[in-house]
Design a binder for this molecule. Structure first.
Ligand SMILES: CC(C)(COP(=O)(O)OP(=O)(O)OC[C@H]1O[C@@H](n2cnc3c(N)ncnc32)[C@H](O)[C@@H]1OP(=O)(O)O)[C@@H](O)C(=O)NCCC(=O)NCCS
Length: 172
């Protein structure tokens, strides 16, 4: 039984270690999610602490998926946008630990992210994801539109180059 929570900053700070473990697991699995293979637990925790500071400032929404008591996945909505894009938000760091994949947890997180975005007054969502990986199929299934591909945009944790696909979705 999976539940998705939108913790406030105080609650989210209690999850920092477990959020870091999900990120470490994804990077160990070869996911290109900003970090290289030498990512440490303390660097992963520092990343999420910064994110939670953003939650406190009202600049980000953080969602966490739990299977029983285990934190198995997370996603963020970055709501802080320039003054001429108040209707827009970015989706970032959709992460599900390897042992929990293939049962719709990412889809649940994305449904909840869309709902939270709507509540925050957002009508246009944008994200980028590694070209050719399973997340692309997920976004296409969930009604996102592919805007294009940028070659050699980032690296996999082992240093190989990867392209990124930019997606958008209107919530209108
Ligand atoms: C991409 C990612 C978030 C997907 O997480 P997930 O929870 O496994 O995603 P879902 O379960 O919703 O969908 C994955 C697959 O399981 C299938 N699935 C979902 N529920 C299912 C069920 N109950 N029974 C069988 N299959 C199921 C989906 O159809 C999908 O199939 P596909 O890969 O052939 O398209 C996860 O692989 C991940 O964390 N990857 C590393 C980080 C990453 O790349 N993040 C995206 C960055 S933008």
């Amino acid at each position: 039984m999976v539940t998705v929570r939108q913790p406030d900053a105080t609650e989210a700070r209690r999850y920092i270690s477990r959020l870091a473990d999900v990120l470490l697991d994804c990077v160990a699995g070869g996911a290109s999610v900003s970090f290289m293979a030498d990512l440490t637990k303390s660097a992963a925790e520092a990343f999420f602490l910064k994110c939670v500071d953003g939650v406190e400032r009202g600049e980000r929404i953080l969602l966490a998926a739990f299977e029983s008591d285990e934190l198995v996945g997370t996603v963020q909505v970055i709501t802080a946008t320039p003054p001429n894009q108040p209707h827009r938000a970015d989706i970032a760091k959709l992460l599900v630990r390897r042992s929990a994949r293939g049962q719709g947890i990412a889809a649940r997180l994305m449904e909840n992210a869309e709902e939270a975005s709507r509540k925050a007054g957002k009508t246009l969502l944008v994200l980028d994801t590694v070209t050719g990986e399973s997340a692309e199929r997920l976004y296409l299934r969930m009604g996102w539109t592919k805007a294009g591909i940028i070659p050699n945009y980032a690296m996999f944790p082992d240093g190989r180059w990867c392209a990124t696909t930019i997606f958008w979705k209107s919530l209108l």
